[in-house]
Design a protein around this ligand. Structure first.
Ligand SMILES: *Cc1c(COP(=O)(O)O)cnc(C)c1O
Length: 455
């Protein structure tokens, strides 16, 4: 097409998706079901409904309906910050001197600073519809806690957040944002739950982990009348809500006749990557088009590239259902790196299955190379990226530089999941030259994998 592609492609409100897309409907090999840890049998809707909201349980178990309508109240909320822009990174292309065309979908345009609000608002809505009093959750880096506190205050729901202790201490400003939205926030592990007290007794002085905060939040939900637990990643329902990212991107690209060759996203629990690639993966699965998908994870927490595809616990306290996923073992304690949102030991069952089927590539990248890419991007594109997002930037730049060598004019698309304003200690370490690249040894990974349950 001759018309020049604008720097930013904005869709109109009416182009905001009316349905989420459920990629499971088009997958030949469905993701394995969640198992009850006591019986080792697939969890029934009834069992799951003790922990999760009813409507979300339905979405979790739905492997057949390709499109799920987005309720109006959620679309109204989305309109405050969506559709999100699709940006052509002309300035980065020029700086790299690459013939590649680079696009990114920017999800940092809301106070949570990330894509997490897309699912938080949906989960809060269904909790409200069910007449619940409130929800409990965990947060690592703080983006999910912020997003959920925003969503709960909008629907007037009580919100209790267990925040991984190291982040609680390192990110006092995150904490204050969450409190401003009226949520109650507790550093985890804490003495407010049985599982927290047990972990504290076993590992005194621990800085906590996501797996342990999840256990505390689940316990808090099941012990209070009218409360349910909500999770910001990993689950099928979360990936489903995040498909607004991919659907908007696809609409914007189709409108301008752009076809991405490579689609890249960072992968923590897999929700933004799954949300971005789902509609494109649907086309690939139906044989309508082909794309090269790349999941990028930190070398310090490499679930896809060095983990095993087995049933594992989702949390340290072993109170959650078992999920079949690429995992490093639920007791894997990632080194305290600076991409908090990517420090989960497992990976979405949907992405795990797609990866196992060879439909998705995975790469792991080291922390300092990620920040180098973040800096390069920030200096020309005018956005200070989140460390998590910068994993995708790093591989997008690598791919663009490959094109420079080969002369290929590939179209590269990546997800820019958020901004990094609360990650200034990480940027400081990078700028001071004190940042390290910790990579777990094979023995460390084998030791935690040895503790996965025998199914
Ligand atoms: C949470 C988070 C991620 C990783 O979570 P996924 O579920 O893998 O998407 C990535 N980027 C940002 C900015 C986040 O807050």
């Amino acid at each position: 097409m001759s018309e020049k592609i604008p720097y930013k492609i904005y869709l109109s409100e009416s182009e905001l998706p009316k349905e989420w897309y459920n990629v499971r409907a088009d997958m030949k090999n469905k993701p394995a079901p969640l198992l009850n840890p006591a019986t080792k049998k697939p969890c029934t809707a009834e069992e799951l409904s003790h922990v999760f909201c009813d409507e979300l349980v339905k979405q979790e178990l739905d492997d057949t309906n390709a499109y799920i309508p987005i309720p109006n109240a959620i679309r109204e909320f989305y309109k405050m910050y969506r559709p999100a822009p699709l940006v052509r990174a002309y300035c980065l292309e020029k700086k790299l001197g690459t013939p590649a065309k680079i696009y990114y979908k920017f999800e940092g345009n809301n106070t949570s600073g990330s894509h997490k609000l897309n699912s938080a608002i949906a989960q809060a809505y269904y909790a409200k519809e069910q007449g619940l009093k409130g929800v409990t959750t965990e947060t690592g880096a703080g983006q999910w806690g912020t997003a959920l506190s925003m969503a709960c205050s909008y629907f007037d729901l009580d919100c209790q957040v267990y925040m991984v202790k190291v982040s609680y201490e390192q990110k006092p400003f995150r904490r204050e944002v969450i409190r401003t939205y009226g949520a109650k926030i507790t550093p985890s592990p804490s003495d407010t739950t049985e599982v927290g007290r047990k972990i504290l007794a076993e590992f005194p002085g621990t800085g906590g982990s996501l797996g342990c905060a999840i256990s505390e939040a689940v316990e808090a939900a099941t012990k209070q009348e009218g409360y349910r637990y909500v999770l910001g990643s990993v689950l099928n329902q979360v990936l489903l809500h995040q498909t607004v990212i991919g659907l908007e991107t696809m609409t914007a690209m189709d409108k301008y006749g752009i076809k991405p060759d490579v689609i890249i996203g960072c992968a923590g629990g897999g929700s933004n990557l799954g949300g971005l690639i789902s509609p494109f993966m649907g086309r690939k699965l139906r044989g309508e088009a082909d794309y090269h998908f790349i999941a990028v994870e930190p070398a310090s927490c490499p679930s896809l590239t060095r983990g095993k595809y087995v049933y594992d616990f989702c949390d340290t306290g072993h109170v959650c259902p078992l999920a079949k996923m690429y995992t490093l073992g639920s007791e894997f304690m990632p080194s305290p790196n600076h991409a908090g949102g990517l420090r989960y030991h497992g990976m979405s069952s949907v992405l795990s299955q797609l990866y196992d089927d060879g439909l998705l590539e995975a790469r792991s990248v080291e922390q300092t190379s990620v920040f180098k890419a973040a800096q390069e991007f920030a200096r020309v594109e005018g956005i200070l990226p989140a460390p998590e997002s910068s994993h995708a930037i790093k591989v997008a730049i690598d791919e663009a530089l490959k094109c420079k060598e080969t002369g290929e004019e590939k179209t590269i698309l990546f997800g820019l999941t958020g901004t990094g304003y609360f990650d200034m200690y990480a940027y400081k370490a990078f700028n001071d030259g004190t940042m390290s690249d910790y990579i777990p040894t094979d023995d460390e990974i084998a030791a935690s994998l040895a503790k996965t349950p025998k199914i």
